[in-house]
Ligand binder design. Structure first.
Ligand code: ATP
Length: 737
C-alpha cells in the first residue's frame, strides 16, 4: 500500500478542502452521478503531472479551479496533495513518507512541491517513473476510457505496454540521453563552427608570429654580430688612435728637433758672426801695404846697388849718387820749362818761364846738396844705412804678408764652416720635410680615426634603436681574439653582413610584435580550448550513443520478455472473462519505409540510425491485438460489442498489471459496461489484482463495491461542493445497481 491519502482543495467541484485517507488495498469511491467521483480520479492525474487538459475534461488550467457557487465563492487556486508511504523506498527519496503537491492558479501558472520543496515537473515525472508510475495513463483509467487501450494506435499501445512493464524510466533516460546527444551535436557544430571561424585569423596570426620570431632571431643574430663588431671596432680604434697619436707626437718631436737644429746651423753659419767683411777689408789693406813695402824694399835694394857700385868705384859722383829718376825728373822739368819759353811770345811769359827754370834748377841743386855723399866714408855709411833700411823693409813686407795670409786663411775657414753649415741645413731640412710629411700623414690618419669614432658612435646609437640594451654587452666583452691583429677587410666584411641583416629586418616590416604574439597566444588558447571541447563533445556523443544503445537493448529485451509474459497472462484473463477464445498482442512488421526516410537525415541522425541498426533494435514497432472470441468467427477489434471491448480491455489492463504490478491502479467505472456475470468476474479479478497493487475503483457496481475493503461516498449538496461521506457497504449497495 503506497497511496496513503489524497487531499483536494479548490480542485474542480471540491471547493472545500477534502482528504481521502486510504487504509485498504482496495478502496471504492461511490456516489450519485455528478457528485464529483471522476474529479477525484482526475485529481490523481493532476497531481501526478498530467499535462493533457483534455484528459481532465478541461480546456485550460483555470477550468480545474473551483468555479464558485452562490454559496461558496470561487477559489484562485486548485491544489491536490498526494501522500505516499515510502518506507520501502518505492520513490527514490530517503524519506519514509513522500508528498507530492501540485497547484494551478488562475493565470495558468503551475507549481510542484516535493515534500514541501518547490521542484520542476520533470523532477516529479522522473521520480514517479522510477517507481513504475508512468505517464501513459494506463494506471488511471478514466470513465468511458476502459477500451482506450483498444482504441489507441499500435505505437501508443506499445507505449502503454512499456509503461506497464516499468520501462518508462529507461525511456526517460533514453529521451534524456537523446536530448543530451542532440545538445551535444548542436554544441559540437557550434564549437566546430567557432573553430572554423577563428581558423583563418589563427593562420594569419601564426604566420605573423613566425615572421616576428624570425625577425627576433635575426635581431638576436644582429645583436651578437653587432656586439662582436663593436667590440672589435672599439678595440681597433682605441689601439689605432693611440698608435697614430704616438706616431704624430714622435714625428712632431723629430720635426721640432730638425727645426731647432736648422736654426742652430743657420746661426752657426751667419757671416756677421764671423765679420768676414772686416777680414776681407783687412786683407785688402794688407795687400796694399805689402805692395808698398815691396816697392820700398825694391827701391832700397836698387839704391843699395847704386851705393855699393859707387863705393866699389871708389869715387863718388853726383851722377853716381844721384838717383836717375831724380835727374830724369829734373830733365823733364827743364825740357818743359824750356819748351814753354821757346813757344812764348810774350815777355812776361818768357820771364815767368825763366823764373820757373831757375826754381827747378834750384830745387834740383838743393836736392843734390841734401843727398849726395861727400866722401867714401859717407858713401859706406850710406850703404850701411840703406842695408838697414832694406832689411827693415823686408821684415815689414814679410810681417804684412803673413798677416794678410792669416786673414785670408781665416776667411777660407769661415767660408768652409759656412759651407758645412749649409750642407747640414740642407740635410736637416730634408729630415724636417720628411718628419713633417709623416706628421701630416699621422694627422690625416688621426682625422680618419676621428671619422671612424663618429661612425662607431652612430653605429652604437643605431644598434640601440634596433636591438635595445642588448647592444651594450660589447662594452663588457673581452677584446675578441685577433681584433688587434687581423686584416681590416675582415671587419669590413662584418660591417657589410650587419648592413645586409639590418636591411632584411627592415624589409620584414615587423615591429615589436608583442601585441600580435599576445593575440596569437590568446587565439591559440581559444582554438585549443575549442579543440578539447570538440574532443570532449565527441567523446560524450560516443558515450551517449553507447548509453542510448544500451538503453534500447535493455528496453527491447525487457519489452520482448514482458510481452511474452503479458500474452501468457492475457490468455488466462481472456479465457476467464470470455470462457474461451484467445487474445494476443503482436508486434507489427517494422516500417521499412520509415528507415529509408530517416537515412536522409543529417549526419548525427545517421549516427543514431547506425546505433539503432547496430543494436538491431527497432523501438518504433507498434503493437496490434488479435482477438478470437469463443464460438464466434469474428476476428478483429472492430467486430466486438461494447461489452466485449470492455472485457478485452480489462483483460489486457489486468494482464499488464499482473506481469509488473503497478503501485496503484485507479479505475473509473471501468466496469460500467459489464453485465452481472461479468461484473462478478471483474470483482474477482479486482480482488486478485488487489493482492499486488493498491486499487481505487470508482463504481456503481455492487459486486465491485463488495470487493473493496473500504468505501468512500461522494455527495454534492445544494452548494455544488463535493463532500466526502463515510459509507457502509449495505448503504452503498442499496443505491447501486
Ligand atoms: P457520474 O457518476 O455521473 O460519472 P461523477 O460523480 O463522476 O458523476 P464528476 O464528473 O466527477 O461526477 O463531477 C462532475 C461535477 O463536477 C459537475 O457537477 C460539475 O459541475 C462539477 N465541476 C466540474 N468542474 C468544476 C469546477 N471547476 N467548479 C465547480 N464544479 C465543477
Amino acid at each position: 500500500m503506497y497511496l496513503k491519502s489524497i487531499e483536494l482543495s479548490g480542485f474542480k467541484s471540491f471547493g472545500k478542502k477534502t482528504a481521502l485517507v486510504f487504509t485498504s488495498p482496495i478502496a471504492s469511491i461511490v456516489g450519485p452521478n455528478g457528485s464529483g467521483k471522476s474529479n477525484v480520479a482526475e485529481a490523481f492525474r493532476f497531481v501526478l503531472g498530467e499535462q493533457s487538459m483534455k484528459s481532465m475534461r478541461s480546456k485550460k488550467g483555470e477550468d480545474l479551479i473551483w468555479g464558485g457557487s452562490p454559496a461558496l465563492s470561487r477559489a484562485n487556486r486548485a491544489g491536490v496533495k498526494v501522500t505516499f508511504d515510502n518506507s520501502t523506498r518505492l520513490l527514490d527519496m530517503d524519506f519514509s513518507e513522500v508528498t507530492i503537491e501540485r497547484s494551478v492558479y488562475r493565470d495558468g501558472l503551475n507549481e510542484y512541491l516535493l515534500n514541501g520543496t518547490q521542484v520542476r515537473l520533470k523532477d516529479v515525472i522522473r521520480l514517479l517513473a522510477g517507481a513504475n508510475i508512468g505517464g501513459s495513463g494506463y494506471q488511471i483509467i478514466s470513465q468511458g476510457e476502459a477500451d482506450r487501450i483498444l482504441n489507441a494506435s499500435p505505437r501508443e499501445r506499445r507505449e502503454m505496454l512499456e509503461d506497464a512493464l516499468g520501462l518508462k524510466l529507461y525511456q526517460h533516460k533514453k529521451i534524456e540521453s537523446e536530448r543530451k546527444l542532440e545538445e551535444t551535436a548542436l554544441n559540437l557544430e557550434k564549437t566546430a563552427s567557432l573553430r572554423r571561424e577563428i581558423a583563418p585569423h589563427l593562420r594569419f596570426l601564426r604566420s605573423q608570429v613566425e615572421k616576428i620570431e624570425r625577425a627576433r632571431e635575426q635581431r638576436e643574430d644582429l645583436a651578437a654580430r653587432l656586439n662582436e663588431y663593436l667590440a672589435r671596432e672599439h678595440a681597433w680604434i682605441t689601439q689605432e688612435d693611440a698608435r697614430i697619436s704616438d706616431d704624430e707626437h714622435a714625428h712632431e718631436r723629430v720635426l721640432q728637433t730638425c727645426l731647432d737644429a736648422i736654426a742652430d746651423a743657420r746661426k752657426a753659419g751667419d757671416p756677421d758672426a764671423y765679420n768676414v767683411s772686416d777680414l776681407e777689408r783687412s786683407v785688402s789693406e794688407f795687400t796694399v801695404r805689402v805692395a808698398d813695402a815691396r816697392r820700398e824694399r825694391e827701391r832700397l835694394a836698387r839704391e843699395l846697388g847704386r851705393a855699393e857700385g859707387a863705393l866699389e868705384a871708389n869715387h863718388v859722383t853726383v851722377e853716381a849718387i844721384v838717383a836717375v829718376p831724380h835727374v830724369r825728373g829734373f830733365f823733364r822739368d827743364i825740357e818743359i820749362a824750356l819748351a814753354d819759353i821757346e813757344r812764348a811770345t810774350d815777355v812776361n811769359l818768357i820771364r815767368s818761364g825763366v823764373s820757373q827754370l831757375r826754381s827747378s834748377i834750384r830745387s834740383f841743386v838743393d836736392g843734390l846738396e841734401n843727398g849726395a855723399p861727400v866722401t867714401n866714408a859717407e858713401a859706406r855709411q850710406q850703404v850701411a844705412n840703406i842695408q838697414t833700411l832694406l832689411q827693415k823693409a823686408q821684415e815689414t813686407e814679410m810681417i804684412l804678408s803673413e798677416s794678410s795670409e792669416m786673414a785670408r786663411q781665416k776667411i777660407a775657414r769661415i767660408r768652409e764652416q759656412r759651407l758645412a753649415a749649409e750642407r747640414d741645413i740642407v740635410q736637416l731640412e730634408a729630415n724636417a720635410r720628411d718628419a713633417q710629411s709623416k706628421r701630416d700623414a699621422a694627422r690625416v690618419a688621426r682625422a680618419a680615426i676621428v671619422d671612424l669614432k663618429r661612425r662607431f658612435e652612430d653605429e652604437v646609437r643605431e644598434g640601440i634603436a634596433l636591438v635595445g640594451a642588448a647592444i651594450h654587452s660589447w662594452e663588457r666583452s673581452e677584446i675578441p681574439y685577433g681584433a688587434l691583429s687581423e686584416d681590416r677587410s675582415m671587419q669590413e666584411k662584418r660591417r657589410r653582413d650587419i648592413e645586409r641583416l639590418k636591411i632584411k629586418i627592415e624589409e620584414s616590416g615587423i615591429g615589436n610584435g608583442d601585441a600580435v604574439i599576445k593575440e596569437f597566444k590568446q587565439t591559440k588558447e581559444r582554438d585549443e580550448f575549442l579543440e578539447h571541447e570538440i574532443i570532449d563533445l565527441e567523446k560524450s556523443a560516443v558515450s551517449l550513443r553507447g548509453i542510448i544503445t544500451d538503453l534500447e537493448k535493455t528496453i527491447d529485451a525487457r519489452f520482448h520478455e514482458g510481452l511474452i509474459k503479458i500474452n501468457e497472462s492475457l490468455a488466462l484473463f481472456f479465457h476467464q472473462l470470455f470462457g474461451g477464445g484467445h487474445a494476443m498482442l503482436e508486434l507489427e512488421r517494422p516500417n521499412t519505409r520509415a528507415h529509408e526516410e530517416d537515412d536522409d537525415n543529417d549526419s548525427y541522425d545517421d549516427a543514431d540510425d547506425a546505433v539503432s541498426r547496430e543494436s538491431n533494435v527497432d523501438l518504433s514497432v507498434g503493437l496490434s491485438i488479435s482477438v478470437a472470441l469463443p464460438r464466434k468467427k469474428v476476428r478483429g477489434l472492430e467486430a466486438l460489442s461494447g461489452g466485449e471491448r470492455a472485457l478485452t480491455s480489462i483483460a489486457l489492463i489486468f494482464s499488464m498489471s499482473r506481469v509488473n504490478p503497478p503501485p496503484f491502479l485507479i479505475l473509473d467505472e471501468t466496469d460500467a459496461a459489464l453485465d452481472e456475470a461479468n461484473s462478478r468476474r471483474y470483482a474477482d479479478m479486482i480482488r486478485e489484482l488487489g493482492k499486488h497493487s493498491q486499487l481505487i475503483v470508482i463504481t456503481h457496481n455492487r459486486a465491485t463495491m463488495a470487493a473493496a475493503g473500504e468505501l468512500y461516498g461522494i455527495t454534492m449538496g445544494q452548494d455544488g461542493v463535493s463532500r466526502l461521506l463515510s459509507v457502509k457497504l449495505e448503504d452503498a449497495q442499496k443505491v447501486a445497481k
